[in-house]
Design a protein around this ligand. Structure first.
Ligand code: F0G
Length: 455
């Protein structure tokens, strides 16, 4: 047991965070997003860790403390994010806005493993968060920071999940929220969430990248706190996805972690977490962290393949996986660093590959939204090209819940998404489609169907 008083006393010296530019290394004020000198993104560092470690505690004490908090009745301990608070920026507990995010499940996916040609495949399902996506883990930290800093308004541009999450946390924390989304290009379920949680929701006649441009100016001119993923506090919260995952494996490192890539903050956060875990001595090596994009929204893949990561190649993004329909990702440099450092890679997948993978994840009784399924589709390609060996362990980060985009799922199974697809891919498609059957209301008809389904 660690006495509460001494925990408080040591925290004061060790968990104080600073913002530092990822480009020139200069420090910045706590509520900034870009370096005033070179305009690069900022990241959070903890200078106090160098001497005494997070919370002034040893690695083994931290592991015990974090596990013990799972059975605590304190709402902050019950959050899968705040139970790791020693590795997060310090926020006074009364200011913390939590909806009991995190603590998400890890599932084995034996059938998907077979489809991919490997033996050990797991999914860390971030769709099991309160608003149905991984965004909640970062939002709890950034929204709490906004409240603590005295902001009354928060805002984001979004492809639907950030906005749903932000609207929920703002509502819980008594903040007003403004959402900018691309008109007609996000799923209805996500739009309905931000309406229901009470955000002022604007559909702009542009794409996600256009919404970001507008919002960046709005926050320059108004006292509104930006909750897009350039916000370094969001990245800190999303780090806990990796801490939780490694805790689940009793701190044994999987060989690969595969993440979908949009604005590229989540891959950056997971990589930062693992970098910190290695520096602090939680793990002795890094897993290979790889990022998968849709072929039609592939700026990172192009940037790495065509110019070795020298400068971002923005694209005009187009994919049915609307969550990752992003052509000009803000966090590309952070993600690139993670891929290089961990010796991961990038891959891109077609719409049909993504849709088939989504149905395969669904058939495991798990399900996810289209953007999450690019991970399995990408894994299959990485096994084929030898990057992932059949005996290696792989974790897919599933970022959103199946019900986030039921329209896509219905259209897929009804056969409305891909009409003419000959050859092996067409056969794979057909074997994964499970259209609803329309029958006469007769017992015999149902029994007949059961018998034929058994054959
Ligand atoms: N998966 C889902 C379900 C997402 O909603 C997003 C991003 C990503 C993956 C990509 O994550 O941007 O960190 O690389 N959605 C953002 C939004 C952009 O506004 O909801 P990333």
């Amino acid at each position: 047991m660690i006495p509460a008083m001494s925990e408080q006393a040591t925290k004061a010296r060790t968990s104080v965070s600073q913002l530092r530019c990822i480009g020139c290394g200069r420090t910045a004020l706590p509520d900034r997003f870009r370096c005033e000198h070179c305009r690069d993104l900022l990241e959070i560092i903890y200078p106090g860790w160098d001497d005494r470690g997070p919370g002034g505690l040893s690695v083994s004490s931290l592991k015990k403390l974090w596990l013990a908090r799972r059975s605590s009745l304190d709402p902050v301990d019950q959050s899968g994010v705040w139970r790791f608070r020693e590795i997060l920026p310090e926020i006074p507990q009364p200011q913390i806005i939590t909806i009991k995010e995190g603590n998400t499940p890890v599932y084995e996916l034996p059938h998907c493993a077979r489809a991919a040609g490997i033996t050990q495949l797991f999914a860390k399902h971030q769709g099991m968060n309160p608003t149905g996506s991984f965004k909640d883990t970062g939002m709890t930290v950034a929204a709490s920071f906004a409240r603590q800093a005295g902001y009354r308004w928060v805002a984001c541009a979004s492809t639907g999940n950030t906005s749903a999450s932000m609207a929920a946390y703002a509502a819980r924390g008594g903040l007003h929220s403004l959402v900018l989304i691309p008109d007609g290009k996000i799923s209805w379920s996500k739009l309905s969430q931000s309406l229901d949680y009470g955000a002022i929701t604007c559909q702009l006649k542009t794409d996600f990248d256009g919404c970001v441009r507008v919002l960046n100016e709005v926050v320059e001119r108004m006292p509104v706190y930006l909750l897009n993923s350039v916000n370094p506090y969001r990245v800190e919260g999303q780090k806990t996805i990796a801490f939780e995952l490694l805790e689940h494996f009793d701190w044994h490192v999987p060989d690969h972690i595969i993440v979908p890539g949009g604005n590229l903050a989540n891959s950056s956060a997971i990589g930062k977490a693992l970098r910190e875990m290695k520096q602090l001595g939680f793990v002795s090596r890094l897993p290979k962290i790889s990022v998968i994009q849709a072929e039609g929204a592939n700026p990172l893949v192009r940037t790495i393949r065509e110019n070795g990561g020298e400068a971002l190649i923005p694209v005009h993004a187009e994919t049915m996986a609307t969550a990752i329909r992003i052509g000009n990702p803000a966090s590309w440099k952070k993600a690139l660093r993670v891929i290089n450092e961990s010796e991961g890679t990038v891959e891109q997948v077609s719409e049909i590959e993504m849709a088939i993978a989504k149905a395969e994840i669904g058939a495991e009784g798990i399900g996810c939204e289209p953007a999450s399924a690019v991970t399995l589709a990408g894994l299959k390609k990485l096994v084929k090209n030898g990057f992932v060996k059949p005996s290696e362990s792989v974790v897919l980060v599933l970022t959103g819940h199946l019900l986030k985009d039921s329209e896509f799922t219905l259209k897929f199974h009804r056969g409305d998404l891909f009409t003419e697809f000959p050859g092996p891919e067409g056969r794979e498609l057909k074997s994964n489609q499970r259209a609803p059957l329309i029958l006469e209301p007769s017992v015999d008809a149902v029994i007949e169907l059961l018998k034929s389904a058994e054959k």
